[in-house]
Design a protein around this ligand. Structure first.
Ligand SMILES: *Cc1c(COP(=O)(O)O)cnc(C)c1O
Length: 366
């Protein structure tokens, strides 16, 4: 069986380095918010070419804390509307709700699966105060257009980059004057993954940073003195240590993903299969390689029979989830079409050429 994602194989080369880090942390006897976390925050901030980076507990908390931070700064308030793609992983939508804000769903483009910027202005009301852009499957959303809309309407920009570590890294220098922050997840399966939960926020906003460092640690800067109603969401020392080991390989890993994507795009030739759009720029880090087909479940069964494991990202869109009965009657035809037709092929830096060739051959015979 060719696994969809072989995490054991991905982490194997780091084993000796991980053991060394474990020993280091044990020897230090310091497990929360220590040197490794500080080192990672500095390194990841530099890697992202942003002024600040704050380690947090996971990707979801990274999003929630950005919103809560802007609420503490008085730049957002309970009940404000946040534009978010209708086609996203549920965490993006839940984070908005968790911060007592109101998600307003916008259809994606069928070609890129990302939010359609042309449909944003018609959803903007007097209550709209932010846009949450999601770089789905590893491909950057159309940030130039989104930034322009945000500038014109004085909106905060939050980016969900949980699937797009390392995609064209200069984002924040381009939008330096805007209120803006980016959320990352280091969940094991992401392009940069640790061995448990982890997350980070990057931003160039010095006011926001100050609040975030406090919010993630019970709203306290000085121990036992609380300025804000904070939470416990810290990137732990051991996970930060593992990330310090893996960060230096992120660009090379993303390059391997793009090389596999190039092979898939060039060699998969089957009228029944729609291949993903890619402009061959570094705006895509292929967290996932997502194809579309009319008879998706049938194709998935066919691939399983041929020992190729695939996954559906995602089978049910947020507005059709049981958790949101009020939304179930809403209609987002493009989002629904995507959820009915998508299938993610195996994609990772450890996929071999032989495996890729076999997957292509089986797909072409379908
Ligand atoms: C993984 C993911 C998250 C959440 O990250 P966690 O670390 O699992 O909390 C948020 N948004 C998107 C798009 C994701 O893929």
């Amino acid at each position: 069986m060719i696994p969809f994602l072989d995490l054991k194989k991905i982490n194997e080369p780091y084993e000796a380095a991980f053991q060394e880090k474990l020993k280091l942390v044990l020897d230090n006897g310091w497990y929360i918010l220590g040197k490794e976390t500080e080192t990672f925050e500095k390194a990841y901030g530099e890697y992202c070419q942003t002024q600040y980076c704050i380690g947090v507990g996971n990707g979801f908390d990274a999003l929630v804390l950005i919103f809560k931070g802007y609420i503490e700064l008085g730049k957002l308030k309970k009940g404000d509307e946040v534009i978010v793609p209708a086609n996203t992983y549920i965490a993006s939508v839940l984070a908005i709700l968790q911060a007592d804000l109101v998600p307003v769903l916008v259809e994606p483009k069928l070609e890129t699966y990302n939010i359609n910027p042309d449909l944003i202005p018609e959803k903007i009301t007097s209550k709209t105060k932010a846009i949450l852009a999601v770089h789905l499957y590893g491909q950057l959303a159309e940030m130039d257009k989104i930034n322009e809309i945000a500038l014109q309407n004085d909106l905060i920009i939050v980016e969900d980059a949980a699937q797009s570590h390392g995609a064209e890294r200069n984002l924040q220098s381009k939008i330096y004057n805007l209120k803006s922050a980016i959320a990352y997840s280091f969940y094991p399966g992401k392009n940069l993954g640790c061995l448990g939960d982890g997350g980070a926020i990057t931003t160039n906003d010095p006011e926001l940073v100050k609040v975030l460092f406090s919010l993630r640690n019970y709203g306290s800067e000085q121990k036992y003195y609380n300025e804000y109603i904070g939470v416990n969401s810290r990137l732990d020392e051991l996970q930060a240590a593992f990330l310090n080991v893996k960060l230096s390989n992120l660009d090379a890993d993303n390059e391997k993903r793009r090389a596999i994507a190039k092979r898939y795009l060039a060699a998969i030739k089957n009228d029944k299969i729609e291949l993903p759009f890619w402009d061959f720029s570094n705006n895509h880090v292929f967290h996932l390689f997502v194809i579309r087909t009319k008879n998706r479940d049938y194709l998935q069964q066919y691939l399983t029979k041929n020992n190729i494991q695939t996954v559906i990202h995602y089978p049910v869109p947020p507005h059709k989830q049981n958790a949101f009965p009020d939304w179930n009657n809403l209609s987002f035809p493009i989002t629904e079409k995507i959820h009915n037709e998508v299938l993610s092929l195996p994609m990772s830096p450890v996929l071999t050429e032989t495996e890729v060739n076999y997957i292509i051959e089986i797909l072409n015979q379908y």
